[in-house]
Design a protein around this ligand. Structure first.
Ligand code: ARG
Length: 288
């Protein structure tokens, strides 16, 4: 279970451009000051929730002109002490690569990361946001299409030596894998069915078994409920329906709701705002 997380305070958070359907700068501007205040409050509550669950947090310094830097899930794919730094699809976020690279180089001088890898020029991969680790099946779920390229699968396999299951994200609202799918520590998986083609949905069901599929209904998907952080038996998310909360609880998890609504106006929520730095695959954990 990850215990060390990277986060970035929303001091420069803003919705000033549109790179996904959730982002509407005109709407945002009307209530900008109060939304930014709510964002800061919610983010601090998220920090306190993680600390209460025993996590340690390393902070990326906010940077002027990079409002989405707060979404540290997109910084890199991290597993077994290796970090593969993101290459972003849109020019609006490309400036973040150097900041995140720097952050990981500093972690490596502190002995918290062993290797820092960069993506080749031509291939996009937006970090853990599109490459979700499944500790039960020991595989990455890679979402490709809107932000990351399918070709990232080979690079991931080479660097991490793990299985990569590549699925196309077909719904523009669920443009990163972490908005569409969330593996829980006990083997269940939250899935936004509308995010995938029928064939890929069948593939997910085949891989995890119907009994492990917890569908996220449209009302909860619209609140980005699948964008949740699972720490053991604790699940941290912004909001979901009462029914989904009950289902998750019946599977043996404690649901922690944190008010992160302003981040949804940028297309993000709890998982996007964090990055696990100390995940280990079973192979490496057993060798240690
Ligand atoms: N506005 C950001 C973008 O469109 C939100 C990123 C959310 N991050 C995530 N891992 N889903 O890139």
């Amino acid at each position: 279970m990850p215990r060390r997380l990277a986060m970035c305070a929303p001091d420069r958070f803003d919705v000033s451009y549109t790179i996904n359907p959730w982002m509407q700068p005109d709407q945002w501007t009307i209530k900008r000051d109060s939304l930014r205040m709510q964002a800061k409050n919610g983010w601090h509550q998220l920090v306190e929730t993680f600390r209460g669950l025993g996590a340690e947090i390393d902070f990326v310094e906010p940077v002027d002109g990079l409002p989405d830097l707060v979404f540290t899930a997109n910084a890199a794919v991290v597993l077994d002490g290796k970090a593969l730094i993101a290459r972003f699809r849109h020019k609006e976020r490309q400036g973040e690569t150097a900041i995140f690279e720097n952050f990981f180089r500093r972690l490596s001088t502190r002995g918290l990361i062993d290797q820092v890898h960069m993506m080749p020029e031509a291939v996009c991969l937006e970090g853990a946001g599109d490459c979700v680790w499944d500790s039960t099946r020991q595989c990455f779920w890679l979402g490709f299409g809107p932000r990351s390229d399918r070709a990232a699968a080979d690079i991931l396999e080479k660097i991490f030596g793990q299985t990569v299951v590549a699925l196309e994200l077909v719904n523009p609202h669920f443009y990163h894998m972490d908005t569409a799918l969330c593996p829980l520590s006990g083997g269940e998986i939250l899935v936004v069915e509308a995010a995938f083609s029928p064939a890929d949905l069948a593939r997910i069901r085949d891989m995890v078994g119907s009994h492990n599929m917890i569908p996220v209904p449209p009302d909860s998907a619209a609140r980005l409920a699948a964008n949740a952080v699972c720490l053991g038996r604790d699940l941290v998310l912004c909001d979901c329906s009462h029914e989904l909360n009950l289902t998750i609880t019946e599977h043996g998890y404690r649901v922690h709701q944190v008010p992160l609504e302003p981040f949804a106006l940028s297309g993000g929520s709890a998982f996007c705002l964090t990055l696990a730095l100390d995940r280990r695959s079973r192979q490496v954990a057993q060798a240690a």
